[in-house]
Design a protein around this ligand. Structure first.
Ligand code: CP
Length: 325
């Protein structure tokens, strides 16, 4: 694999390679030096055309831990403001020797378009999608997978650990690239995924997202109870107000009353249930503040920490394949 644009077509073997590589980089991160020379001389460019805290900083730290050189780009202070196009921006970094480009954009398909151009020019540059519109956020899906698998077997995280688990994904499914990437990885692992939220944000056409070759099943709900009952994990999602038209936006108080995840609501789930959230969180809307900060249930901080090892694994696996080409 030369680019990571989405998880839709990932094989079990690829997931397991990623999990194993991330696990070995987790050991590097807990060592004294925290660094390996694996990508010395490699240039990684962070092209974030949309805001980010976690993804951008953890890709940057991951590149540094692998001894790569990292170039950061801020659209507001770049020549985009003078009319330079996105493709010309990417080609400018190519001319500076970029080997890997990490791309976030509010428009679905931008990382694919840049990958296509890099391939047409036979550059060997690897593209990593860091979130494109409502399409996919593959590194988030992979870090969520790593977090869950490590919880079940810290020393040997692997896809099969999630077979038969029930995972509820709650909230703004319609606009969530995180939900889409998780849907592919979790059903590939053999977990059953229950999507739940208001009808305007969980449209029926989502049923078509089921990959028939995946062992895990997809279920849709508009009521919280059947989705939460005996769930092993609950993933809450932010209401993405920036992607909503007025008629889709529920009142925040009403939303919390109907779909907000609280300690009380978790009583429906498996007694050892854990909760996830990709961040950033609207405290007190999709999840209560008390639950978010409760280490007995919340994996939110572990997700962020997992992101560094997982992004090191992605940069290493794609970086070494790009460079050898
Ligand atoms: N989860 C996530 O993508 O967070 P950021 O927008 O902060 O990168």
């Amino acid at each position: 694999r030369h680019h990571v644009l989405g998880l839709k077509d990932w094989t079990s073997e690829e997931y397991n390679t990623l999990l194993k590589t991330a696990s070995s980089f987790r050991e590097v991160l807990s060592s004294r030096t925290k660094k390996v020379p694996a990508l010395q001389g490699v240039v990684v460019t962070n092209l974030f055309f949309e805001p980010s805290t976690r993804t951008r900083s953890s890709f940057e730290l991951a590149a540094k831990r692998l001894s790569a050189d990292i170039l950061n780009f801020s659209p507001g202070s770049s020549s985009l403001t003078k009319g330079e196009t996105i493709l010309d921006t990417a080609k400018t970094y190519l001319a500076m020797g970029a080997n890997l480009m990490v791309i976030r954009h509010k428009q679905a398909g931008v990382p694919q378009a840049i990958a296509q151009e890099m391939d047409r020019l036979e550059t060997g540059v690897g593209i990593l999608n860091a979130g494109d519109g409502q399409h996919e956020h593959p590194s988030q899906g992979l870090l969520d997978l790593f977090t869950l698998c490590c919880l079940l077997d810290f020393d040997n995280p692997r896809l099969a650990l999630l077979r038969g688990k029930k995972i509820a994904i709650v909230g703004d499914i319609l606009h969530s690239r995180v939900a889409r990437s998780n849907l592919w990885s979790l059903t590939a692992a053999g977990a059953d995924v229950h999507l739940v939220g208001p009808p305007t944000l969980v449209p029926e056409w989502f049923k078509g997202m089921q990959n028939k070759s995946h062992e895990g099943q997809l279920f849709l709900h508009w009521a919280l109870k059947p989705a939460l009952e005996k769930a092993d994990f609950v993933m809450t999602l932010r209401l993405q107000k920036e992607r909503m038209t007025d008629y889709l936006l529920p009142s925040l108080r009403e939303y919390h009353q109907q779909y907000g995840i609280t300690h009380r609501r978790l009583e429906l789930c498996h007694p050892e249930v854990k909760i996830l959230h990709p961040g950033p969180v609207n405290r007190g809307v999709e999840i209560s503040s008390a639950l978010m900060d409760d280490p007995n249930f919340s994996l939110i901080q572990q997700q962020v920490t997992s992101g560094i090892a997982v992004r090191m694994a992605l940069l290493f696996l794609i970086g070494t394949s790009s460079i050898n080409n």
